[in-house]
Design a protein around this ligand. Structure first.
Ligand SMILES: CCCCC/C=C\C/C=C\C/C=C\C/C=C\C/C=C/C(=O)SCCNC(=O)CCNC(=O)[C@H](O)C(C)(C)COP(=O)(O)OP(=O)(O)OC[C@H]1O[C@@H](n2cnc3c(N)ncnc32)[C@H](O)[C@@H]1OP(=O)(O)O
Ligand SMILES: Cc1cc2nc3c(=O)[nH]c(=O)nc-3n(C[C@H](O)[C@H](O)[C@H](O)COP(=O)(O)OP(=O)(O)OC[C@H]3O[C@@H](n4cnc5c(N)ncnc54)[C@H](O)[C@@H]3O)c2cc1C
Length: 664
């Protein structure tokens, strides 16, 4: 009989082999569910295999031992090896295959093409006219040029209306004149802007005859295509080291009356005619589309980051032995402690939930893109609200889950040999980029308040399907019936909190307070409503996705995981359901959670193996597939540059003289 867990190999740690043997489902079948199809899951494995056969694609040293300069150079070196071999590795027309290739080889510390693929090309697809796409999209896709997305400034990121960079139209020359009037107007943060990109989509205020038409996207050449030197009128550079992404060159950019042709305004939606006449776009916020796209992809992206940390922590917890349970003759795997399971298993459930929820959100985005290209912008507000809440909740919970995974690895979790701190730094960047989380929760809050106002005005029937529950009355809850009942508990919590927050806002406003002040004083309550609404969406997409799975063994274990999810989530929001659930019912749910942790235990390693993240991609000594942690930890430490010599120059120069002096 072939093993159900496809990861068992001779030479593996017996502890991990034992875990893999206890798995009740085929990990390849689960990978097919995680990656959307058996075909793509298989392609991922083939690509990883092909990568492993090209030694130049491996890191030249463990990345944590490289300095900033080394990391940036390493990214570019590997990129050139990828591009030499690309036809051997992937189908270059497949975006997903490309993403897997980059993730595996380049890792998560940033590289020159990250923003080119994630924002620059998508911005051209969504915002450039057909003619402009002929001019630039092919060049970008062939990587003749490297692009980035330059919107945020030193002084303003969240409040786009206050951006200071101007693009003033000159009808005489039919050019836009880009200018950075102040220090705070310098573009600041855009990935790959500092040293790599030679072109950028720049967001600047469009000014025609002294009238400001607000932020618009412009295609701007930054550097000479031969020498790569910045063009006259451009000041550009790297913003320095960051919490993570240190292989990337987030940059600054300033313009000194820098001229670009009229045709360089990305004009699929808004146009400026030769005489300076402005043609309005079909929706005022259409220029935000590149952000909506990334936010739509963030649930799967963050789910994958959480998965990385959990692969490390769960595998390590199955080989780490510390303390005793009943058998005093052998120390126990730390994964057998209930506290360890409680720390890790709800996060496994969340990683799966984020990935499944991401599928649905990407589907909604792809549909919106088609609709918008056909002139129908009616779905924009709904998706904006949904993705604003979603990016905020998944990034925050991913950060929480990764930090718990680090602590679950004890002291070795704190070492860069675990690589968890790098994953953490990358993940929590998501709490800030693509809209600071509080700001985005408040965007969803606006939408929820408007929904309540529709109900108050007798327009419940006009509510979209995702907010229809706000108009319902609560019903009795029978918690023995399974996940759908837990969904009702969440609906109760989200509905109650949304009404309370809205009523607080309205009461303050009706008391004579200005709209803005009332909004500010209700804003913490509003963000709470947004989080509950979003967690309800995540739970409902998880339930729907599991319902659609055909493989019965895979479905069985996902139902077990869903039980971990729904019971953990409801316990976590206990304060919001006090009016609905009795203390006996809360005790019942708590016990169901503990039972579900035990149920999932034999499948824990197989569930994380199913993410099929190769050792190369994981870059973690603790998370190695074979579980041979200790000998490799020692090897890793010995490879530290500090260990190249037994006596460091700093000792000879400073410590020795100090000790000698003290002897006198
Ligand atoms: C396959 C792709 C992979 C994706 C990545 C996946 C995983 C990540 C892993 C690795 C990633 C690697 C690299 C990427 C790393 C970093 C990239 C980062 C890039 C950036 O950060 S780019 C800069 C992002 N900046 C922001 O997000 C700014 C945030 N601020 C805003 O968006 C806006 O200012 C605002 C808060 C939305 C407000 O907008 P504003 O124009 O001022 O509007 P208001 O006047 O306040 O509101 C008016 C009205 O308009 C509605 N509105 C706003 N936006 C939209 C929209 N997009 N669509 C529809 N409607 C919108 C708003 O709701 C208001 O409506 P009302 O009816 O209430 O009036
Ligand atoms: C890793 C990384 C990569 C990035 N990549 C890019 C990129 O490629 N291109 C690009 O253009 N930008 C990029 N950015 C910039 C990023 O988009 C912004 O930093 C982000 O949008 C937040 O804006 P801010 O920095 O102005 O934060 P601020 O708005 O200054 O936030 C500071 C605090 O103020 C609060 N706050 C602000 N406004 C409000 C409000 N209205 N109500 C309540 N609270 C508020 C926030 O909640 C936060 O607590 C990147 C940032 C990072 C960290």
């Amino acid at each position: 009989m072939t093993a159900l867990n496809k990861s068992i190999e001779p030479g593996d740690s017996p502890d991990l082999t034992e875990e893999r043997a206890s798995g009740t489902f085929d990990t390849n079948a689960m990978a097919a569910v995680i990656y959307g199809s058996d075909k793509f899951a298989q392609r991922r494995r083939e690509i990883s295999e092909a990568i492993s056969k090209i030694p130049e694609l491996a890191d030249s040293a463990p990345l944590p031992f490289l300095d900033r300069f080394g990391k940036v150079t390493e990214g570019s070196r590997k990129l050139s090896v990828i591009l030499e071999n690309i036809d051997k590795l992937i189908d270059p027309s497949s975006y997903e295959e490309g993403l897997h290739l980059y993730t595996e080889v380049m890792g998560m510390e940033g590289h020159p093409l990250a923003l080119h693929e994630v924002m620059f090309i998508p911005a051209l697809i969504a915002q450039a006219s057909d003619e402009q796409q002929v001019k630039w999209l092919g060049r970008a896709r062939r990587r003749e040029i490297i692009g980035c997305y330059a919107q945020t400034e030193m002084g303003h990121g969240s409040n786009l209306r206050a951006l200071e960079t101007t693009a003033t139209y000159s009808p005489e020359t039919q050019e836009f004149i880009l200018h950075s009037p102040t220090i705070t107007s310098l573009k600041w943060w855009p990935g790959a802007l500092g040293k790599s990109a030679n072109w950028a989509v720049v967001v600047a205020n469009l000014i025609i005859r002294d009238k400001n038409y607000g932020p618009h996207p412009f295609m701007v050449q930054l550097r000479d295509e031969d020498s790569h030197e910045p063009l006259p009128g451009i000041t550009v550079g790297d913003i320095g080291p960051k919490m993570a992404f240190n292989g990337g060159d987030n940059g600054f950019l300033g313009f000194r009356n820098y001229r670009i042709p009229r045709e360089y305004l990305l004009n699929r939606h808004a146009k400026v005619e030769a005489d300076g006449r402005y043609v309005k776009p079909p929706h005022a916020k259409i220029n935000h589309s590149a952000m909506i796209r990334v936010r739509s992809h963030m649930a799967t992206g963050q789910g994958a980051l959480l998965a990385h940390a959990l692969v490390i922590a769960v595998r390590y917890s199955a080989v780490r032995r510390q303390g005793y349970l009943e058998d005093k003759s052998r120390e126990v795997k730390v994964l057998d402690y209930q506290t360890q399971q409680h720390r890790l298993f709800p996060s496994i459930a969340r990683a799966y939930a984020f990935i499944f929820c991401g599928f649905e959100t990407i589907r909604l985005y792809d549909q919106l893109l088609i609709d918008v290209q056909n002139g129908n912008t009616s779905g924009m507000a709904d998706l904006h609200a949904l993705t604003s809440g979603l990016k905020s909740v998944v990034t925050y919970q991913t950060g929480e889950g990764i930090e718990q995974a680090r602590m679950a690895c004890g002291g070795h979790g704190y070492s860069m040999a675990s690589y968890i701190s790098e994953i953490y730094g990358v993940a929590i960047g998501g709490c800030t980029y693509e809209g600071e989380n509080m700001v985005m929760l408040l965007q969803l809050g606006r939408y929820l308040v408007k929904s309540i106002e529709m109900i108050q005005n007798g327009k419940s029937r006009e509510l979209g399907p995702m907010v229809a529950y706000l108009a319902e009355n609560e019903s009795e809850i029978d918690l023995n019936l399974g996940p759908n009942e837990y969904l009702k508990v969440f609906e109760y919590a989200a509905r109650n909190q949304t009404w309370r927050a809205t009523e607080k806002f309205q009461k303050l406003r009706n008391s004579g307070m200005s709209n803005e002040k009332a909004w500010n004083q209700a804003s913490v309550e509003l963000t709470r409503a947004s989080r509950l609404h979003t967690r309800l969406y995540i739970m409902s997409t998880f339930i729907n996705h599991v319902g659609s799975i055909v493989d019965q063994k895979v479905k069985g274990v996902l139902i077990d995981l869903l039980n971990v999810h729904v019971t953990y989530e409801v316990m976590d929001i206990g304060i919001y359901v006090q009016g609905l659930l009795s203390s006996n019912q809360m005790d019942l749910i708590r016990n169901q959670l503990y039972v579900s942790l035990e149920t999932i235990r034999p499948n824990a390693v197989s569930l994380v193996d199913s993410f099929q993240i190769s050792d190369m991609q994981l870059r973690s000594v603790l998370g190695r597939r074979d579980g041979n942690v200790y000998e490799n930890l020692f090897k890793w430490a010995k490879s530290s540059p500090l260990n190249k010599t037994d006596v460091l120059p700093s000792v000879t120069q400073y410590l020795k003289p100090m000790m000698e002096k003290s002897k006198l």
